[in-house]
Design a protein around this ligand. Structure first.
Ligand code: UTP
Length: 408
Protein backbone atom coordinates (compact mmCIF):
# COMPACT_ATOMS: atom_id res chain seq x y z
CA UNK A 1 0.00 0.00 0.00
CA UNK A 2 1.45 3.43 -0.90
CA UNK A 3 1.06 6.67 1.05
CA UNK A 4 -1.89 7.88 -1.02
CA UNK A 5 -3.82 4.65 -0.53
CA UNK A 6 -3.06 4.63 3.19
CA UNK A 7 -4.23 8.23 3.46
CA UNK A 8 -7.49 7.33 1.69
CA UNK A 9 -8.16 4.37 3.99
CA UNK A 10 -7.44 6.36 7.16
CA UNK A 11 -9.53 9.31 6.01
CA UNK A 12 -12.47 7.01 5.37
CA UNK A 13 -12.38 5.78 8.98
CA UNK A 14 -11.45 9.10 10.64
CA UNK A 15 -7.97 7.87 11.65
CA UNK A 16 -5.68 10.36 9.88
CA UNK A 17 -3.75 11.05 13.12
CA UNK A 18 -1.92 7.76 12.41
CA UNK A 19 0.19 9.66 9.84
CA UNK A 20 1.11 12.48 12.24
CA UNK A 21 4.79 11.50 12.45
CA UNK A 22 5.12 10.05 8.93
CA UNK A 23 7.57 12.67 7.67
CA UNK A 24 9.91 12.00 10.63
CA UNK A 25 10.24 8.30 9.77
CA UNK A 26 13.02 6.62 7.79
CA UNK A 27 12.07 4.61 4.68
CA UNK A 28 11.96 1.31 6.52
CA UNK A 29 9.71 2.70 9.26
CA UNK A 30 7.42 4.30 6.68
CA UNK A 31 7.07 0.97 4.96
CA UNK A 32 6.27 -0.80 8.24
CA UNK A 33 3.56 1.70 9.07
CA UNK A 34 2.00 1.54 5.59
CA UNK A 35 1.89 -2.23 5.74
CA UNK A 36 0.26 -2.12 9.18
CA UNK A 37 -2.36 0.34 7.87
CA UNK A 38 -3.03 -1.98 4.94
CA UNK A 39 -3.65 -4.96 7.22
CA UNK A 40 -5.65 -3.18 9.92
CA UNK A 41 -9.41 -3.54 10.15
CA UNK A 42 -10.56 -0.04 11.13
CA UNK A 43 -14.19 -0.72 10.37
CA UNK A 44 -14.81 -2.44 13.71
CA UNK A 45 -13.57 0.54 15.72
CA UNK A 46 -16.75 2.54 15.13
CA UNK A 47 -18.69 -0.28 16.84
CA UNK A 48 -17.43 0.88 20.24
CA UNK A 49 -20.23 3.46 20.20
CA UNK A 50 -22.75 0.58 20.17
CA UNK A 51 -20.86 -1.47 22.74
CA UNK A 52 -23.75 -1.96 25.15
CA UNK A 53 -26.22 -3.16 22.53
CA UNK A 54 -23.86 -5.01 20.20
CA UNK A 55 -24.61 -8.59 21.21
CA UNK A 56 -28.28 -8.96 22.14
CA UNK A 57 -29.08 -12.29 23.78
CA UNK A 58 -31.79 -14.68 22.63
CA UNK A 59 -34.08 -16.82 24.78
CA UNK A 60 -31.98 -18.58 27.42
CA UNK A 61 -33.03 -22.05 28.60
CA UNK A 62 -31.30 -24.89 30.48
CA UNK A 63 -29.31 -27.51 28.58
CA UNK A 64 -28.81 -31.15 29.60
CA UNK A 65 -25.36 -31.90 31.01
CA UNK A 66 -23.62 -35.29 31.06
CA UNK A 67 -22.83 -35.47 34.75
CA UNK A 68 -20.17 -37.39 36.65
CA UNK A 69 -22.30 -40.44 37.56
CA UNK A 70 -23.39 -40.96 33.96
CA UNK A 71 -19.79 -40.65 32.78
CA UNK A 72 -18.54 -43.10 35.43
CA UNK A 73 -21.11 -45.70 34.32
CA UNK A 74 -19.75 -45.60 30.77
CA UNK A 75 -16.14 -44.58 31.39
CA UNK A 76 -14.60 -47.72 29.89
CA UNK A 77 -16.74 -47.68 26.77
CA UNK A 78 -16.17 -43.97 26.09
CA UNK A 79 -12.45 -44.19 26.82
CA UNK A 80 -12.08 -47.00 24.31
CA UNK A 81 -13.87 -45.01 21.60
CA UNK A 82 -11.68 -41.99 22.36
CA UNK A 83 -8.46 -44.01 22.31
CA UNK A 84 -9.42 -45.57 18.98
CA UNK A 85 -9.94 -42.10 17.48
CA UNK A 86 -6.60 -40.89 18.88
CA UNK A 87 -4.75 -43.94 17.59
CA UNK A 88 -6.30 -43.41 14.16
CA UNK A 89 -4.80 -39.88 14.15
CA UNK A 90 -8.24 -38.27 14.18
CA UNK A 91 -7.69 -36.04 17.23
CA UNK A 92 -5.50 -32.94 17.47
CA UNK A 93 -5.05 -30.43 20.29
CA UNK A 94 -4.93 -26.64 19.99
CA UNK A 95 -3.26 -24.66 22.75
CA UNK A 96 -4.47 -21.06 22.85
CA UNK A 97 -1.40 -19.17 24.02
CA UNK A 98 -1.79 -15.88 22.18
CA UNK A 99 -3.29 -13.92 25.10
CA UNK A 100 -1.54 -11.03 26.81
CA UNK A 101 -1.97 -12.34 30.36
CA UNK A 102 -2.20 -8.76 31.61
CA UNK A 103 -3.77 -9.73 34.93
CA UNK A 104 -0.81 -11.95 35.78
CA UNK A 105 1.44 -9.01 35.09
CA UNK A 106 4.35 -10.91 33.58
CA UNK A 107 6.05 -9.49 30.49
CA UNK A 108 6.75 -13.01 29.22
CA UNK A 109 4.26 -15.40 27.58
CA UNK A 110 2.01 -16.87 30.28
CA UNK A 111 3.13 -20.43 29.54
CA UNK A 112 6.69 -19.53 30.55
CA UNK A 113 5.52 -18.61 34.05
CA UNK A 114 7.20 -20.80 36.65
CA UNK A 115 4.84 -22.02 39.40
CA UNK A 116 7.49 -24.28 40.97
CA UNK A 117 8.58 -23.78 44.56
CA UNK A 118 11.45 -26.23 44.98
CA UNK A 119 12.05 -26.86 41.28
CA UNK A 120 11.06 -25.46 37.89
CA UNK A 121 7.46 -26.15 36.95
CA UNK A 122 6.50 -24.00 33.98
CA UNK A 123 2.88 -23.69 32.88
CA UNK A 124 3.74 -25.07 29.42
CA UNK A 125 5.52 -27.98 31.11
CA UNK A 126 2.40 -28.86 33.16
CA UNK A 127 0.30 -28.91 29.98
CA UNK A 128 2.77 -31.09 28.10
CA UNK A 129 3.02 -33.49 31.05
CA UNK A 130 -0.77 -33.84 31.05
CA UNK A 131 -0.87 -34.44 27.32
CA UNK A 132 1.94 -36.99 27.64
CA UNK A 133 -0.29 -39.06 29.95
CA UNK A 134 -2.68 -39.56 27.04
CA UNK A 135 0.13 -40.15 24.54
CA UNK A 136 1.40 -42.96 26.77
CA UNK A 137 -2.08 -44.39 27.30
CA UNK A 138 -2.84 -44.38 23.57
CA UNK A 139 0.66 -45.27 22.44
CA UNK A 140 0.36 -42.55 19.79
CA UNK A 141 1.48 -38.94 19.47
CA UNK A 142 -1.24 -36.32 19.31
CA UNK A 143 -0.61 -33.38 16.97
CA UNK A 144 -0.37 -30.22 19.06
CA UNK A 145 -0.97 -26.81 17.49
CA UNK A 146 0.18 -23.85 19.55
CA UNK A 147 -1.35 -20.46 18.84
CA UNK A 148 0.89 -17.51 19.65
CA UNK A 149 0.64 -13.84 18.78
CA UNK A 150 2.95 -11.27 17.27
CA UNK A 151 3.77 -10.20 20.84
CA UNK A 152 4.96 -13.57 22.17
CA UNK A 153 5.70 -15.87 19.22
CA UNK A 154 9.49 -15.80 19.21
CA UNK A 155 9.81 -16.20 22.97
CA UNK A 156 7.33 -19.08 22.99
CA UNK A 157 9.05 -20.98 20.19
CA UNK A 158 12.55 -20.49 21.64
CA UNK A 159 11.31 -21.58 25.07
CA UNK A 160 9.93 -24.86 23.69
CA UNK A 161 13.17 -25.43 21.78
CA UNK A 162 15.34 -24.63 24.79
CA UNK A 163 13.35 -27.03 26.96
CA UNK A 164 13.34 -29.67 24.22
CA UNK A 165 9.56 -29.59 24.13
CA UNK A 166 9.50 -31.08 27.63
CA UNK A 167 9.88 -34.53 26.08
CA UNK A 168 7.15 -34.09 23.46
CA UNK A 169 7.99 -35.00 19.87
CA UNK A 170 8.84 -31.76 18.03
CA UNK A 171 7.52 -33.40 14.84
CA UNK A 172 4.03 -33.21 16.32
CA UNK A 173 4.16 -29.58 17.44
CA UNK A 174 3.16 -26.74 15.08
CA UNK A 175 3.20 -23.07 16.03
CA UNK A 176 0.97 -20.55 14.30
CA UNK A 177 0.30 -16.90 14.94
CA UNK A 178 -3.08 -15.33 15.50
CA UNK A 179 -4.12 -12.02 13.98
CA UNK A 180 -3.85 -8.69 15.73
CA UNK A 181 -6.53 -6.00 15.96
CA UNK A 182 -6.06 -2.25 16.51
CA UNK A 183 -6.89 -0.88 19.97
CA UNK A 184 -8.52 2.50 20.39
CA UNK A 185 -9.49 5.19 22.86
CA UNK A 186 -13.08 5.36 24.12
CA UNK A 187 -14.08 7.31 21.00
CA UNK A 188 -12.78 4.65 18.61
CA UNK A 189 -9.60 6.56 17.62
CA UNK A 190 -6.79 4.10 17.24
CA UNK A 191 -3.81 4.57 19.61
CA UNK A 192 -0.19 4.71 18.44
CA UNK A 193 2.43 2.76 20.40
CA UNK A 194 5.34 4.28 18.47
CA UNK A 195 5.64 6.90 15.76
CA UNK A 196 5.61 4.16 13.14
CA UNK A 197 3.32 1.65 14.90
CA UNK A 198 -0.39 1.50 15.54
CA UNK A 199 -1.23 -0.06 18.91
CA UNK A 200 -2.51 -3.58 18.39
CA UNK A 201 -3.60 -6.44 20.60
CA UNK A 202 -4.28 -10.14 19.83
CA UNK A 203 -7.78 -10.38 18.34
CA UNK A 204 -9.19 -12.74 20.95
CA UNK A 205 -9.48 -16.49 21.44
CA UNK A 206 -12.15 -16.88 18.74
CA UNK A 207 -10.04 -16.42 15.61
CA UNK A 208 -7.87 -19.48 16.11
CA UNK A 209 -9.20 -21.59 13.25
CA UNK A 210 -9.23 -18.67 10.83
CA UNK A 211 -5.57 -18.10 11.67
CA UNK A 212 -4.91 -21.82 11.13
CA UNK A 213 -6.59 -21.55 7.74
CA UNK A 214 -4.61 -18.47 6.72
CA UNK A 215 -1.24 -20.06 7.36
CA UNK A 216 -2.11 -23.38 5.71
CA UNK A 217 -2.08 -25.42 8.95
CA UNK A 218 -5.80 -26.20 8.70
CA UNK A 219 -5.35 -27.63 5.24
CA UNK A 220 -2.47 -29.83 6.36
CA UNK A 221 -4.30 -31.25 9.34
CA UNK A 222 -7.37 -31.98 7.27
CA UNK A 223 -5.23 -33.85 4.74
CA UNK A 224 -3.55 -35.75 7.56
CA UNK A 225 -6.98 -37.05 8.63
CA UNK A 226 -7.50 -35.00 11.81
CA UNK A 227 -11.27 -34.84 12.40
CA UNK A 228 -11.52 -33.42 15.91
CA UNK A 229 -9.71 -30.53 17.55
CA UNK A 230 -9.57 -30.14 21.31
CA UNK A 231 -9.00 -26.45 21.92
CA UNK A 232 -7.87 -25.37 25.39
CA UNK A 233 -6.50 -22.45 27.39
CA UNK A 234 -2.89 -22.04 28.41
CA UNK A 235 -3.63 -21.04 31.97
CA UNK A 236 -5.30 -24.11 33.49
CA UNK A 237 -2.43 -26.15 34.91
CA UNK A 238 -4.66 -29.17 35.62
CA UNK A 239 -6.04 -29.13 32.08
CA UNK A 240 -6.66 -32.64 30.73
CA UNK A 241 -6.02 -32.52 27.01
CA UNK A 242 -7.38 -34.90 24.36
CA UNK A 243 -9.03 -36.71 27.26
CA UNK A 244 -10.03 -40.07 25.71
CA UNK A 245 -13.23 -40.38 27.75
CA UNK A 246 -14.38 -36.86 26.77
CA UNK A 247 -13.54 -37.53 23.11
CA UNK A 248 -15.33 -40.89 23.24
CA UNK A 249 -18.44 -39.48 24.94
CA UNK A 250 -18.71 -36.70 22.35
CA UNK A 251 -18.38 -39.18 19.48
CA UNK A 252 -20.66 -41.83 21.04
CA UNK A 253 -23.48 -39.35 21.67
CA UNK A 254 -23.27 -38.10 18.06
CA UNK A 255 -22.59 -34.57 19.32
CA UNK A 256 -21.22 -32.00 16.91
CA UNK A 257 -19.04 -30.54 19.67
CA UNK A 258 -18.20 -30.99 23.32
CA UNK A 259 -17.47 -28.65 26.22
CA UNK A 260 -15.91 -29.60 29.52
CA UNK A 261 -17.84 -28.03 32.39
CA UNK A 262 -17.54 -27.85 36.17
CA UNK A 263 -20.19 -27.35 38.83
CA UNK A 264 -20.00 -23.64 39.68
CA UNK A 265 -18.98 -22.87 43.25
CA UNK A 266 -21.45 -19.96 43.46
CA UNK A 267 -24.27 -18.75 41.21
CA UNK A 268 -22.25 -15.62 40.43
CA UNK A 269 -18.89 -17.33 39.85
CA UNK A 270 -17.05 -15.62 37.01
CA UNK A 271 -17.31 -18.45 34.47
CA UNK A 272 -19.62 -18.73 31.46
CA UNK A 273 -22.60 -21.05 32.03
CA UNK A 274 -23.75 -23.62 29.48
CA UNK A 275 -27.31 -23.10 28.24
CA UNK A 276 -29.52 -23.21 25.20
CA UNK A 277 -30.05 -19.88 23.46
CA UNK A 278 -32.92 -19.80 20.99
CA UNK A 279 -32.78 -23.60 21.02
CA UNK A 280 -29.06 -23.84 20.16
CA UNK A 281 -26.17 -24.63 22.48
CA UNK A 282 -24.66 -21.51 23.94
CA UNK A 283 -22.76 -19.99 26.82
CA UNK A 284 -24.09 -17.14 28.89
CA UNK A 285 -21.19 -15.13 30.22
CA UNK A 286 -20.98 -14.31 33.92
CA UNK A 287 -21.64 -10.61 33.34
CA UNK A 288 -24.86 -11.51 31.50
CA UNK A 289 -26.11 -13.67 34.40
CA UNK A 290 -29.17 -11.83 35.70
CA UNK A 291 -30.52 -12.55 39.23
CA UNK A 292 -33.38 -14.48 37.54
CA UNK A 293 -30.93 -16.74 35.70
CA UNK A 294 -28.91 -17.26 38.88
CA UNK A 295 -32.02 -18.36 40.77
CA UNK A 296 -33.69 -20.32 37.95
CA UNK A 297 -34.33 -24.06 38.47
CA UNK A 298 -34.53 -26.81 35.85
CA UNK A 299 -37.21 -29.53 35.60
CA UNK A 300 -35.51 -31.56 38.34
CA UNK A 301 -35.56 -28.55 40.66
CA UNK A 302 -31.76 -28.07 40.46
CA UNK A 303 -30.08 -24.75 39.61
CA UNK A 304 -30.64 -24.39 35.86
CA UNK A 305 -27.32 -22.73 34.98
CA UNK A 306 -25.05 -24.52 37.39
CA UNK A 307 -22.33 -25.71 34.99
CA UNK A 308 -19.55 -23.40 33.90
CA UNK A 309 -17.18 -23.80 30.97
CA UNK A 310 -13.41 -24.11 31.53
CA UNK A 311 -12.19 -23.33 28.00
CA UNK A 312 -11.76 -26.91 26.90
CA UNK A 313 -13.85 -27.67 23.80
CA UNK A 314 -13.98 -30.29 21.08
CA UNK A 315 -14.89 -29.21 17.57
CA UNK A 316 -15.18 -31.15 14.36
CA UNK A 317 -12.82 -29.89 11.70
CA UNK A 318 -15.57 -30.15 9.09
CA UNK A 319 -17.65 -27.53 10.97
CA UNK A 320 -14.90 -25.08 11.71
CA UNK A 321 -14.56 -23.40 8.32
CA UNK A 322 -18.27 -22.68 8.32
CA UNK A 323 -18.17 -21.33 11.86
CA UNK A 324 -15.37 -18.91 11.02
CA UNK A 325 -17.15 -17.75 7.88
CA UNK A 326 -20.19 -16.75 9.95
CA UNK A 327 -18.38 -13.92 11.76
CA UNK A 328 -18.49 -14.38 15.48
CA UNK A 329 -19.82 -11.62 17.75
CA UNK A 330 -17.36 -8.88 18.57
CA UNK A 331 -16.57 -8.18 22.23
CA UNK A 332 -15.32 -4.73 23.10
CA UNK A 333 -13.37 -4.79 26.32
CA UNK A 334 -11.91 -1.93 28.39
CA UNK A 335 -8.16 -2.05 28.65
CA UNK A 336 -5.06 -0.15 29.81
CA UNK A 337 -3.29 0.75 26.59
CA UNK A 338 0.17 2.34 26.47
CA UNK A 339 0.06 5.20 23.94
CA UNK A 340 1.95 8.15 22.48
CA UNK A 341 0.75 11.43 23.92
CA UNK A 342 0.56 14.82 22.17
CA UNK A 343 4.32 15.26 22.59
CA UNK A 344 5.03 11.87 21.06
CA UNK A 345 6.05 10.36 24.41
CA UNK A 346 4.94 6.91 25.52
CA UNK A 347 2.47 6.93 28.43
CA UNK A 348 1.58 3.83 30.47
CA UNK A 349 -1.86 4.50 31.96
CA UNK A 350 -2.81 3.20 35.42
CA UNK A 351 -6.45 2.60 34.58
CA UNK A 352 -8.36 1.56 31.44
CA UNK A 353 -8.11 4.23 28.76
CA UNK A 354 -9.58 2.45 25.76
CA UNK A 355 -10.92 -0.67 24.11
CA UNK A 356 -9.64 -3.89 22.62
CA UNK A 357 -11.75 -5.77 20.09
CA UNK A 358 -12.01 -9.53 20.44
CA UNK A 359 -13.83 -12.61 19.25
CA UNK A 360 -14.19 -15.40 21.77
CA UNK A 361 -13.94 -19.16 21.37
CA UNK A 362 -17.03 -19.64 23.56
CA UNK A 363 -19.18 -18.00 20.87
CA UNK A 364 -18.22 -20.81 18.48
CA UNK A 365 -20.38 -23.21 20.50
CA UNK A 366 -23.51 -21.30 19.47
CA UNK A 367 -22.64 -21.91 15.80
CA UNK A 368 -22.67 -25.71 15.98
CA UNK A 369 -25.81 -27.81 15.87
CA UNK A 370 -25.22 -29.62 19.13
CA UNK A 371 -22.84 -29.68 22.05
CA UNK A 372 -22.22 -32.18 24.82
CA UNK A 373 -21.60 -30.40 28.12
CA UNK A 374 -19.37 -32.93 29.91
CA UNK A 375 -18.83 -32.55 33.64
CA UNK A 376 -15.40 -32.92 35.20
CA UNK A 377 -14.34 -32.79 38.84
CA UNK A 378 -13.22 -29.20 39.31
CA UNK A 379 -10.58 -29.93 41.98
CA UNK A 380 -8.96 -32.37 39.57
CA UNK A 381 -9.19 -30.47 36.30
CA UNK A 382 -9.64 -26.77 36.91
CA UNK A 383 -6.80 -24.66 38.23
CA UNK A 384 -6.74 -21.50 36.11
CA UNK A 385 -4.03 -18.91 36.63
CA UNK A 386 -5.34 -15.45 35.87
CA UNK A 387 -3.88 -13.44 38.77
CA UNK A 388 -0.88 -13.50 41.10
CA UNK A 389 -2.92 -13.99 44.28
CA UNK A 390 -6.52 -14.65 45.35
CA UNK A 391 -9.14 -16.32 43.15
CA UNK A 392 -7.83 -18.10 40.03
CA UNK A 393 -4.26 -17.29 40.88
CA UNK A 394 -0.78 -18.75 41.09
CA UNK A 395 -1.51 -19.36 44.80
CA UNK A 396 -4.81 -21.19 44.27
CA UNK A 397 -3.37 -23.23 41.38
CA UNK A 398 -0.40 -24.30 43.53
CA UNK A 399 -2.77 -25.46 46.23
CA UNK A 400 -4.76 -27.52 43.72
CA UNK A 401 -1.58 -29.00 42.24
CA UNK A 402 -0.51 -30.07 45.74
CA UNK A 403 -3.90 -31.71 46.31
CA UNK A 404 -3.40 -33.66 43.09
CA UNK A 405 0.01 -34.89 44.12
CA UNK A 406 1.93 -32.71 41.69
CA UNK A 407 5.33 -31.78 43.08
CA UNK A 408 6.18 -28.12 42.84
P1 UTP B 1 -7.97 -14.75 28.82
O1 UTP B 1 -9.35 -14.36 28.57
O2 UTP B 1 -7.62 -15.16 30.21
O3 UTP B 1 -7.04 -13.55 28.34
O4 UTP B 1 -7.58 -15.89 27.80
P2 UTP B 1 -5.48 -13.28 28.53
O5 UTP B 1 -5.12 -12.29 27.47
O6 UTP B 1 -4.66 -14.54 28.52
O7 UTP B 1 -5.34 -12.67 29.97
P3 UTP B 1 -5.71 -11.20 30.52
O8 UTP B 1 -7.19 -11.05 30.38
O9 UTP B 1 -4.94 -10.22 29.67
O10 UTP B 1 -5.24 -11.24 31.94
C1 UTP B 1 -8.10 -17.19 27.84
C2 UTP B 1 -7.27 -18.05 26.91
O11 UTP B 1 -7.36 -17.58 25.57
C3 UTP B 1 -6.07 -17.28 25.07
C4 UTP B 1 -5.20 -17.04 26.29
O12 UTP B 1 -3.83 -17.23 25.99
C5 UTP B 1 -5.78 -18.06 27.25
O13 UTP B 1 -5.29 -19.35 26.94
N1 UTP B 1 -6.15 -16.09 24.21
C6 UTP B 1 -6.81 -14.98 24.65
C7 UTP B 1 -5.53 -16.12 23.00
O14 UTP B 1 -4.91 -17.13 22.61
N2 UTP B 1 -5.61 -15.01 22.22
C8 UTP B 1 -6.25 -13.88 22.60
O15 UTP B 1 -6.28 -12.91 21.82
C9 UTP B 1 -6.88 -13.87 23.85
Amino acid sequence: MNYQEAYGKLEKYGQLHVLKYYEELCDEEKEALLSQIEQADFEVLALCKERETLNPRGKIEPIGVMQLSEIEAKREEYTQIGLDAIRAGKVGAVLLAGGMGTRLGSEEPKGIYNIGLTKDVFIFQRLIENLMDVVRQAGAWIPLYVMTSDKNHDMTVSFFEEKRYFGYSADYVTFFMQDMAPVSDFEGKVYMEAKNRISVSPNGSGGWFLSMMKCGVADKLRKAGVEWLNVFAVDNVLQRIADPCFVGATIATGSASGAKVVAKNAPDERVGAMCLEDGRPSIVEYYDMTPELMEAKNEQGDPAYHFGVILNYLFQVKDLEEIEAKKLPLHIVEKQIPYLDEKGELVRPEKPNGYKFEQLVLDMIHEVDSCLPYEVVREKEFAPIKNQTGIDSVESARELCRKNGIEL
